[in-house]
Design a protein around this ligand. Structure first.
Ligand SMILES: [Fe+2]
Length: 126
């Protein structure tokens, strides 16, 4: 099996951001970011991330989302560890940015590996 065929090799990412062109696996695992399009530099704002928003992902002991992380470009911002059944893969982080890199969310499914969101463009103003 090549790395491209192995969900546990590297990062998985939907081939398209058009829901019509996404597979069910991509819809279930792609983290969806909600945040303001424009924020003030250094001022706290909310970023919501949901896994399974496009198509529900299982949340049971044998198959669940283990964690969700948020990055600004390559800079790590936050992480939430999750439990099957007891927590839903929906989180809200409050962040304050000094640099206007795109937001990227990652999540890990215990059966389907690590998945990355589409980049969320955010404009920083003084
Ligand atoms: Fe999964």
């Amino acid at each position: 099996m090549s790395c491209e065929e192995d969900l546990f090799c590297g990062l998985n990412k939907a081939k398209s951001d058009n829901i019509e062109e996404m597979t069910d696996l991509e819809k279930k695992h792609t983290p969806i970011i909600e945040a303001p399009a424009k924020v003030k530099k250094g001022e706290p704002f909310e970023v919501k991330i949901e896994v399974g928003k496009l198509m529900a992902h299982p949340n049971e002991n044998a198959h669940f989302i283990e964690w969700i992380e948020l990055f600004s470009g390559d800079t790590f911002l936050a992480r939430a560890n999750l439990e099957p059944r007891l927590t839903a893969p929906r989180v809200k982080f409050v962040v304050a940015l000094d640099h206007g890199h795109e937001l990227v969310a990652k999540e890990r499914c215990n059966l389907h590996g690590v998945w990355e969101s589409q980049p969320f463009v955010i404009e920083l103003v003084d």
